[in-house]
Design a protein around this ligand. Sequence first.
Ligand SMILES: [Zn+2]
Length: 161
Amino acid sequence: MSTNILSIIPTDPFWVPGAEAAEVARAILARVYPGAREVALDWHEDPVFVDQGENFENVRCPGCHSDLLIDWWQDQMDEAYATNFQVLTVHLTCCGRDSTLNDLVYSWPAGFAKFVLFAESPERAGTGDRFVIDASPLDSGELAVIANALDHPVRQVLARY
Ligand SMILES: [Zn+2]
């Protein structure tokens, strides 16, 4: 059986909220997904890659939108990992731009974060039909409410394992 994890991460990989704001955001996510197995916070000393699991399709250049070779991307990940993901800069050979691993265009979205708010098996309130589970991701309005609670823009990562 596969597991779905919906994560909310700050757009800045090094930014973390205060404990109180984080708890407010957690409570909001728990209200949106009352049927979730768990709604919790993860704090990391160094940024971690919050991946999309089986939802990974490709990685593209944020400048020219070229598909990036997975081998190239893996090499960049290995180099960044050697710095505990403190150094995320990359040089894109497709168009000569400098960017960061966090700014590449991941499909589905993914990113780096020291703070992760997540819901495991996100499930909204009953649909009225017990065979129909509403596990839809946060819409832009809900994301804005959480971003507002944290006082920082956020990115949503939908992972399946
Ligand atoms: Zn490019």
